[in-house]
Write a protein that binds this ligand. Structure first.
Ligand code: AMP
Length: 191
């Protein structure tokens, strides 16, 4: 059983690459951003709450996000998971360890996509048009998300580095090239 954290700043290509990893390693894909968007579209209570944070480029509070993650795992028993966009804080990373430990498993590795800031801004701008995501369209919201990433999310890498589980992957270049780098990294732990 392998459990992967796919990590990176907004616009790094986590969602795109997660799809490729799911195909190859038969993992269950959990994107917390997608679950929030589904709830926003269906105007659930969780969706309304999430929207008030997402529209400003802020993180949804840990407790809400962790409860949602537990719920998603419980509803979707699987042989292994790929976590995309979670954990985004050290508190979430600690909670994820605890959740998986209780199931007798753990995170196998954290793959961190590395993309420089100007490239991220360009990618988010084009994604705003392609996917109709308002949180990608407003430069102030984008900047806030990048700042939140640096201040709150980046420390998560150290959390996994300390466990010897972090791999930094160059996220620049053709999508297929980045995918190959991710495959190589995962295959190296499976070998
Ligand atoms: P994403 O699609 O992963 O970029 O997520 C979109 C937005 O959902 C983020 O900017 C956050 O506001 C919120 N979000 C997604 N995942 C998390 C998380 N793990 N913790 C807190 N907020 C999250």
């Amino acid at each position: 059983m392998i459990n992967i954290v796919l990590f990176g700043p907004p616009g790094a290509g986590k969602g795109t690459q997660a799809v490729k990893l799911v195909e190859k390693y038969s993992l269950f894909h959990i994107s917390t951003g997608d679950v929030f968007r589904y709830n926003m579209k269906n105007e659930t209570e969780l969706g309304m709450l999430a929207k008030s944070f997402i529209s400003k480029g802020q993180l949804v509070p840990d407790e809400v996000t962790i409860n949602m993650l537990v719920d998603t795992i419980e509803k979707n028993p699987a042989e292994g998971y790929i976590f995309d966009g979670f954990p985004r804080t050290v508190v979430q990373a600690e909670a994820l360890d605890k959740i998986l430990n209780e199931k007798g498993t753990s995170i196998s590795m954290c793959l961190a996509l590395d993309v420089e800031e100007n490239e991220l801004r360009e990618r988010l701008k084009s994604r705003a048009l392609l996917e109709n995501r308002p949180d990608d369209a407003d430069p102030a919201v984008i900047q806030n998300r990048i700042n939140v990433y640096k201040n709150e999310t980046l420390p998560v890498i150290n959390f996994y580095k300390n466990q010897g589980k972090a791999a930094i992957i160059d996220g620049i270049g053709e999508i297929s090239d980045v995918t190959e780098r991710l495959f190589d990294s995962i295959d190296s732990i499976l070998a």
